[in-house]
Design a protein around this ligand. Structure first.
Ligand SMILES: NC(=O)c1ccc[n+]([C@@H]2O[C@H](COP(=O)([O-])OP(=O)(O)OC[C@H]3O[C@@H](n4cnc5c(N)ncnc54)[C@H](OP(=O)(O)O)[C@@H]3O)[C@@H](O)[C@H]2O)c1
Length: 317
């Protein structure tokens, strides 16, 4: 059983900055960010997740304003951001990926400027760029570290083999892989019971991911951890049978442990062995504060499995 999880939650800043538009920041965007960030801090959260693309840079920009207004804050938090996705540069305004050295260095400089900080604690590669060379990634990391721009590095949405390749050139360790992982989107867990069955894991990039991260001292940063309110707020009439049963079970367990429903989703993630760091993306201060209760939940083995199997909608092999 893992203990001392008080600082394992990450506050995800994708919802800050007024949304995916090019409008300038408004006083209301600043108020929302200020309230969300301080609610996270009150909750004991010290890790904050960004990406250069969130709200077209405005999530970082509004966060930077909060940092500027409280000069003591920067050194009390663990600040991370990501880069490597180029929005709208593909056909029909779709996205492409770019890990070229010059591009990433330029992006990190922009991130630091928007966040009004001299350094990032962690920089993650956002989504694998198929054309990237691991040797160039290592050179880029080396440069970013030597310049004092970044202390540690990680990846996001990468398979075990992609991480292995980077590790082959970057010997100083990767601290995290940020992947989608939640009660609804539990493929990284499902894959652990697929051996010798006809269940074909449709995402084989996750094969061995949980074990690999434990062996390599990498955290799994779980994005989408609250399933965007699917089980904890979405009207029951809009849910299918499997989702409805899961929502009812989440509610029953929340009643049993006397905690808000979102805490049950996070507690389920935190029971997975290894270092699991759920990223919470709600901007509502009361929802952020309520997440702390997840650390109090001591679900039984049977309860954990019941939740998983109910959300899967099918029994284990
Ligand atoms: N690496 C990647 O590729 C990647 C991809 C996506 C996200 N992320 C990171 O992960 C973080 C979280 O992702 P996410 O926002 O998709 O996941 P989430 O935490 O599961 O969902 C939060 C979103 O759901 C909404 N929501 C509606 N009802 C809710 C309820 N009852 N409880 C909680 N939230 C409810 C929230 O709106 P309100 O604000 O109104 O509460 C918010 O927009 C992001 O901020 C980002 O840092 C990373």
């Amino acid at each position: 059983m893992k203990t001392g999880q008080s600082n394992c939650l990450i506050y995800g800043c994708m919802g800050l900055g007024g949304g995916w538009n090019r409008n300038p920041l408004t006083p209301n965007d600043e108020k929302t960010a200020h309230e969300a960030i301080y609610a996270a801090l009150e909750t004991g959260i010290e890790r904050f997740d960004h990406a250069d693309i969130y709200a077209y840079g405005k999530a970082e920009e509004v966060f930077g304003k909060v940092i500027k207004s409280n000069p003591g804050l920067r050194n009390k938090i663990i600040l991370q951001s990501k880069s490597g996705i180029m929005l709208g540069k593909g056909p029909d305004n779709s996205n492409i990926y770019n890990f070229n050295k010059d591009y990433l260095i330029q992006q990190v400089r922009g991130i630091l400027k928007r966040l009004q900080t001299d350094y990032l604690d962690i920089f993650l590669l956002h989504r694998p760029d198929i054309l990237s060379h691991a040797s160039e990634i290592a050179e880029t990391f080396h440069y970013l570290r030597e310049e004092g721009y970044v202390k540690q590095f990680g990846v996001s949405n990468m398979s075990v083999s992609q991480i292995r390749l980077i590790q082959n050139y970057w010997k100083e360790g990767l601290v995290a892989n940020q992947i989608r992982l939640s009660l609804e989107h539990s493929m990284a867990v499902d894959i652990g019971v697929s051996i010798n069955t006809s269940m074909i894991p449709y995402d084989s990039g996750l094969q061995g991911m949980l074990e690999f991260c434990q062996i390599n001292n990498m955290a799994i940063q779980a994005w989408g951890s609250l399933d965007r309110g699917l089980y904890t707020g979405k009207p029951h009439a809009s849910l299918d049978r499997k989702e409805l049963e899961t929502a009812k079970l989440v509610s029953k367990l929340a009643g049993k442990f006397n905690v808000p429903e979102n805490s049950i989703l996070l507690a389920w993630l935190l029971m997975i062995p290894g270092t699991i760091q759920p990223i919470i993306g709600t901007t509502k201060p009361e929802r952020i504060r309520a997440c702390k209760k997840a650390l109090e939940v001591k679900m039984s083995h049977e309860e954990w499995y019941e939740l998983w199997i109910t959300a899967r909608g099918k029994p284990l092999p």
